[in-house]
Design a protein around this ligand. Structure first.
Ligand code: ADP
Length: 262
């Protein structure tokens, strides 16, 4: 009886151990699969511009007798794809460093209202060129503890998307208000909108609702993933509301005092 009791006890312990180990493996397995998918997507994204560069350069080599016009079309194609790759590699590096926890924020006092003014001044010529109006509705000093460069990058991503995905003539509105211990920042456009089924995925890496427009405008599909990382690293939240054909509004809630994530 004692021996069979011991055997049954050991069997139960082994089975419980196996079950617990399997359960502990599930998140590791999921993270591993996510990482594999990321590498596969990144390779695919890099292959496309490389193929365009290669074919254009080979055509130039094979036909040295081409006219200047022919050559300039090929060089333009190459330069465009090199720019796309440069952006893609920079975005990939940002996310890889973020994943490896090698990207610490350079914290300091940041005036978000001044940052909004600076970014919108930078975007005004582009918005005008595209036929949009860009309005800043920030009526108070908005100060917080954060990483100036990263917050600048966040605003650039949101404004760049608003311009990219708004058919002219459109309106883009940036607002910012203090809400107790937080600052609420919104970037709203009167653009094409995002279908409800795409909304939960827009912050995913390489997710593109409008593939053709994103590629045509040089998008990498990583902008919003980086935006989400920047906001969360600052202890904040980002979300999106949208209606197809009406427009899209991104909201960012940031704590005034930095709360370090553990
Ligand atoms: P991309 O480089 O493709 O713009 P993002 O990560 O910045 O990548 O955005 C992901 C997708 O979310 C875009 O491809 C687009 O379909 C959608 N999106 C982002 N911002 C907007 C917006 N303001 N209006 C409509 N769609 C948007």
């Amino acid at each position: 009886i004692i021996v069979s009791g011991l055997v049954i006890g050991m069997l139960i312990i082994i089975m419980a151990g196996y079950y617990l180990a399997r359960r502990a493996m599930v998140p590791i397995q999921a993270a591993w699969e996510k990482q594999q998918q990321f590498v596969a997507d990144a390779s695919h994204e890099l292959r496309t511009p490389l193929a365009v560069i290669k074919s254009n350069a080979e055509l130039m080599l094979r036909h040295p007798d081409h006219t200047i016009e022919d050559e300039s079309i090929r060089v333009t194609n190459i330069v465009r794809e090199v720019r796309r790759m440069t952006r893609l590699v920079a975005d990939l590096l940002t996310l890889a460093r973020a994943d490896a926890n090698q990207s610490e924020l350079q914290l300091g006092a940041v005036s978000l209202s001044e940052l909004v003014d600076a970014v919108s001044e930078q975007f005004k010529p582009l918005a005008q060129l595209e036929g949009h109006t860009l309005t800043v509705a920030v009526y108070e000093q908005l100060e917080l503890v954060g990483d100036r460069e990263r917050l600048y990058q966040l605003l650039v991503i949101l404004l760049d998307n608003a311009v990219k995905y708004t058919p002219p003539p459109g309106h883009i509105l940036i607002t910012g208000v203090r809400q107790g211990s937080h600052i609420l920042l919104t970037v709203e456009d009167s653009g094409q909108g995002i279908p409800p089924e795409d909304l939960p995925r827009v912050f995913d890496r390489f997710y593109r609702g409008d593939k053709a427009r994103s590629r045509e405008k040089g998008g990498t599909g990583l902008g919003l993933a980086i935006a989400k990382w920047i906001v969360e690293k600052h202890g904040g939240k980002i979300w999106v509301e949208s209606k197809v054909g009406v427009g899209t509004k991104f909201s960012v809630l940031l704590p005034v005092k930095f709360i370090k994530r553990v």
